[in-house]
Ligand binder design. Structure first.
Ligand code: HEM
Length: 406
């Protein structure tokens, strides 16, 4: 009877009408789907995949594409949000995706990232100095969002006076990607793209005219002047992909920081273990990424009839991949709902796999490892200082407020 109820609930699930309970704690619902209806069909005909193997297979299948021109036309209409999301490499396929990816990758080489390491350490130290003796603070605004914003702003040459605006922009632009979006959110997203584009256009024009002014570690110049197979990015492509980089570069990493502290505060014995064995920081960062993946849902579109998890799926079907559910699949991870900072191997899909694998994964890992090592060394006894608030989004999992006592 109980199993029948669970199965009925799984089959009745609709990703387009999730509620606050799901946002606060999606994992029980995801576990139920994974067990009873892993290749779930939403009422709108789209799929929601929750098994690791199925999610991984979709990402590795080149017939499953990222193009969103049709879906975003329905969702956003014409306007800045549509232009932005359909020009970003993430929602494109080869050959455009290959060109943009190659150009961006040239700006994220191991050498360029190694140049960033001392800067990341300095930013972390400065932010932690401010936390020393600060008492109760909101960790999100005091630390989590500031580190990645400073790092990616530095790389793209965004001056200090503009950096405060970035989180608002990114939440408005990325928030519009949630499965269901209100008119007010669409308006905010469109305004954010317009304002952000104007700001970037000025920065790009300035760097175009003054290439020698770029500091060490800044990559904007490489994006402006770089070529792949004789092709440079147009001004529009540059602007939209820089907006994407700035958003991708800080929003998810902010969540990595805040989700990590939230996770450690809820698992005091793991926190003590990390504090007493800081060399576990690398595997701890991987466990944070697995346990509370900042990007919880991805999308692909089938272009041919496909077999997914034993079901035949027609061409033209939208797929939602639950990265969150895949990362807690008991077929792959032992005790998946338990935090284990010593977990090795940890083949989570937080950065996915395939041709769109996160370009900033190495940078995000650097930031996570440096931040958590220094944080734990300086503050081995942080405590919760109030009720945390989750961001009101299904696709992105992070905190809008995380009160911590230092
Ligand atoms: C913890 C932090 C991060 C997480 C969890 C994350 C996650 C992801 C995921 C899941 C994707 C693939 C989306 C898809 O195709 O469906 C992605 C793509 C991407 N990410 Fe990240 N990301 C993080 C940090 C960063 C940073 C710091 C940067 C850059 C500075 C970055 C840049 C990108 C770019 C450029 C892509 C698009 C790649 C492509 O389409 O080929 N990410 N990220």
């Amino acid at each position: 009877m109980v199993i029948a109820d669970s199965k009925a609930q799984a089959i009745a699930f609709d990703l387009n009408s999730i509620d606050q309970r799901f946002i606060d704690d999606p994992y029980p619902v995801l576990a139920n789907l994974r067990e009873h209806d892993p290749v779930h069909i939403n009422p709108d005909g789209s799929l929601y995949l929750t098994r690791y193997e199925d999610v991984r297979a979709v990402y590795r299948d080149r017939t499953m594409i990222s193009d969103k021109t049709v879906a975003f036309k329905d969702k956003f209409g014409d306007g800045p949000l549509y232009t932005h999301h359909t020009t970003s490499l993430i929602f494109n396929d080869p050959p455009y995706h290959t060109t943009v990816r190659k150009l961006l990758a040239s700006a994220f080489t191991a050498r360029k990232l190694a140049e960033m390491e001392p800067l990341i350490g300095e930013i972390v130290d400065t932010l932690l100095d401010e936390l020393q003796g600060a008492g109760d603070v909101d960790f999100v605004t005091a630390f989590a969002m500031r580190l990645p914003t400073e790092v990616i702003s530095f790389m793209l040459g965004v001056p200090k006076e503009h950096r405060k605006k970035l989180r608002g922009f990114s939440l408005a632009i990325l928030g519009a990607l949630d499965p269901v979006v209100s008119g007010a959110r669409l308006e905010a997203g469109n305004e954010a793209v317009s304002e952000f584009s104007d700001m970037l256009s000025d920065l790009i024009n300035h760097r175009r005219a003054n290439p020698e002014g770029a500091g060490q570690g800044e990559v904007l110049e490489a994006l402006i002047f770089g070529e792949f197979e004789g092709r440079k990015l147009t001004q529009e492509e540059l602007i939209q992909n820089c907006i994407f980089l700035l958003n991708a570069g800080h929003e998810t990493t902010t969540s990595l920081m805040a989700n990590g502290v939230g996770m450690l505060l809820q698992s005091p014995e793991q926190y003590r273990l990390l504090a007493s064995t800081p060399d576990l920081v690398d595997s701890a960062v991987e466990e944070i990424l697995r346990f509370e993946s900042p990007l919880q849902i991805g999308n692909r579109l089938t272009t041919v009839e496909s077999l997914i998890g034993g079901k035949t799926i027609p061409a033209g079907t939208y797929i939602h991949t639950s990265i969150a559910a895949a990362n807690r699949d008991p077929q792959v991870f032992q005790k998946p709902d338990t935090v284990d900072i010593t977990r090795v191997p940890n083949r989570h899909l937080a950065f996915i796999t395939g041709i769109h694998v996160c370009l900033g994964a190495t940078l995000a890992r650097y930031e996570g490892r440096i931040a958590f090592r220094k944080l734990i060394e300086r503050f081995p006894e942080m405590k919760p200082a109030g009720t945390p608030k989750r961001m009101p989004l299904a696709r992105f999992r992070g905190f809008s407020e995380l009160p911590v006592r230092f």
